[in-house]
Design a protein around this ligand. Structure first.
Ligand code: ATP
Ligand code: MG
Length: 262
C-alpha cells in the first residue's frame, strides 16, 4: 500500500489552476522527486500535502488515514515533516533550540503532550535534548549546537531545517528545493544525507531543480507542468519522455523570450 496517495488534488487561485487534478501515489520507502518548470505547482502541491493550503478539490491519504481536511499538526503527529523552499529557521535561537521546536510540533498537541509535561517534564526534556543532538549529529551539525542559527552558512541552515524536520522521526519527509543555493560540494554531501535518511526508513519526497541531484538520487520522478502531472516513473525514462522534454524546452524558450523582450 502507498504511504501517501492523492486523488484529483486541485488548488485554484483567482483565474489560475496551480495544481490540476493530480493523482499520485508515493510508495513506502525510497526517495521520490517532484520536478517541473518554475510555477508548475510543486510548492503548492507540498503545501496541500502538509496542510498549509487547503485543496479546492480532491483527497489525500497518508499512512492509511484520510488527511484531506486534517490540520498541519495532525499530519505531523501522523509522521509527516517538511522543510521550506525559503529557509525558515529562527535565526535568534541556537541551533539546538531550533531542532527542539521540531519535537514540540508533535508533542505539544493533544492530551499526551499535557500529561507528559505534567508528570515527567524533566525526563521528557532531557530525552528531547538527546534526540535533538542526535538529529544534529546526523546532519553533521553536532559541533554547532550552541551557535546562533543566524550565524550558520546558508548550506548549514538548510541542514538545520532537515534536522528539525527529522528529530521526531517522521515516516515521510518533504523537502522543497533542499539543494537551492548550495555549491556542488554541499549538494553532493546533501545527496548522501538524503540517501542515509531514506536508508534509515523515512520515505523522502523532494522538489528540486538540480537535475543531477534528482536523477542520481531518486527512485521515482513525477513531473508537473502547468499544475498537471505529465509523467510519473523512473528517472531514466523521464529524460526520453517527449512530454517532459517539451515542458522543459518550452519553459526555457519562454524564459529566453522574457529576457529578450522584458
Ligand atoms: N498564494 C497564491 N496566490 C496566488 N497565486 C499563487 C499563490 N501561490 C502560488 N500561486 C501561483 O500558483 C502557481 C504555482 O506556484 P508554485 O509556487 O506552486 O510553483 P513551483 O512549481 O513551486 O515553482 P518554483 O519552481 O518557482 O518554486 C504559480 O503560477 C504561482 O504564481
Ligand atoms: Mg516552489
Amino acid at each position: 500500500m502507498s504511504l501517501l496517495q492523492t486523488e484529483g488534488l486541485t488548488r485554484r487561485y483567482a483565474g489560475l489552476v496551480a495544481v490540476d487534478a493530480v493523482t499520485l501515489a508515493v510508495p513506502q520507502g525510497g526517495v521520490h522527486a517532484v520536478i517541473g518548470p518554475n510555477g508548475a505547482g510543486k510548492t503548492t502541491f507540498f503545501n496541500m500535502l502538509s496542510g498549509l493550503v487547503p485543496p479546492s478539490e480532491g483527497t489525500m491519504r497518508f499512512a492509511g488515514q484520510d488527511i484531506t481536511r486534517g490540520k498541519a499538526h495532525r499530519r505531523a503527529a501522523l509522521g509527516m515533516a517538511r522543510t521550506f523552499q525559503n529557509i525558515r529557521v529562527f535565526t535568534e535561537m541556537t541551533v539546538l533550540e531550533n531542532v527542539l521546536t521540531g519535537l514540540h510540533a508533535g508533542m505539544a498537541c493533544g492530551l499526551a503532550g499535557v500529561v507528559l509535561r505534567l508528570s515527567g517534564f524533566r525526563r521528557a526534556e532531557r530525552a528531547a535534548v538527546v534526540a535533538s543532538r542526535a538529529a544534529l549529529d546526523a546532519v553533521g551539525l553536532a559541533d554547532h549546537a550552541d551557535a546562533l542559527s543566524g550565524s550558520l552558512s546558508y548550506g548549514d541552515q538548510r541542514r538545520l531545517e532537515i534536522a528539525r524536520a527529522m528529530v521526531a522521526k517522521p515516516r515521510l519527509l518533504l523537502l522543497d528545493e533542499p539543494a537551492a543555493g548550495m555549491n556542488p560540494a554541499e549538494t553532493e554531501s546533501l545527496a548522501g544525507l538524503v540517501r542515509r535518511i531514506a536508508d534509515g526508513g523515512t520515505t523522502v519526497l523532494l522538489v528540486e531543480h538540480d537535475m543531477g541531484f534528482v536523477m542520481g538520487l531518486s527512485d521515482s520522478v513525477s513531473v508537473l507542468n502547468f499544475g498537471r502531472l505529465i509523467y510519473s516513473g523512473t528517472p531514466a525514462q523521464a529524460r526520453s519522455e517527449p512530454a517532459v522534454v517539451e515542458a522543459y524546452l518550452g519553459a526555457r524558450l519562454a524564459e529566453k523570450l522574457r529576457a529578450r523582450h522584458g
